[in-house]
Ligand binder design. Sequence first.
Ligand SMILES: [Zn+2]
Length: 173
Amino acid sequence: MRKITCIYCQDEKLVSEYTNREHVIPQCFGKFRPNNPVLKTVCNDCNQYFGDHIEIHLGRDTYEGIERYRHGIKSGNFPHKYPRLRFRISAGPLKGLLVKPKYSDVPNEIDINPEPMTQVGFLKMEKNEFDYFEPDEIPTASELEEAGYDIQGKKYVVAKDKGEEDRLMKMPL
Ligand SMILES: [Zn+2]
């Protein structure tokens, strides 16, 4: 039986190990008519690996993944947590505030989830605007000072309850 060298792992494998279709553009981003372009030089093992790892991140934790909702390729609830992506209010008095996206009732629109995200805002003196950090991402006092934040002045805390608010008001330590 004929052998092919996989373009990723560089192993020479039997043609029978290349039976899964490797989509050049992941199927989670939509399908093309009549057929998606496919590579016939990616072994099943590598194809499975990319599907289980890279494509999941591409679909769930990227701006392009979010755009799937706007273009009707994906519907339903947004992922609960985005390890990499951050969504912020872009203008107005709440500029910079961290928010979660929410599937809109209006087709092809994305809303802001009304459930507040816990965060602390520090004044960046140079631009006179607040930058917001999630609790586990708040820099140390010296890091904030060095980066030009006013750590003595006013800060904004968004918290789920009073205990958490009190704890965050004391940060950075
Ligand atoms: Zn391979």
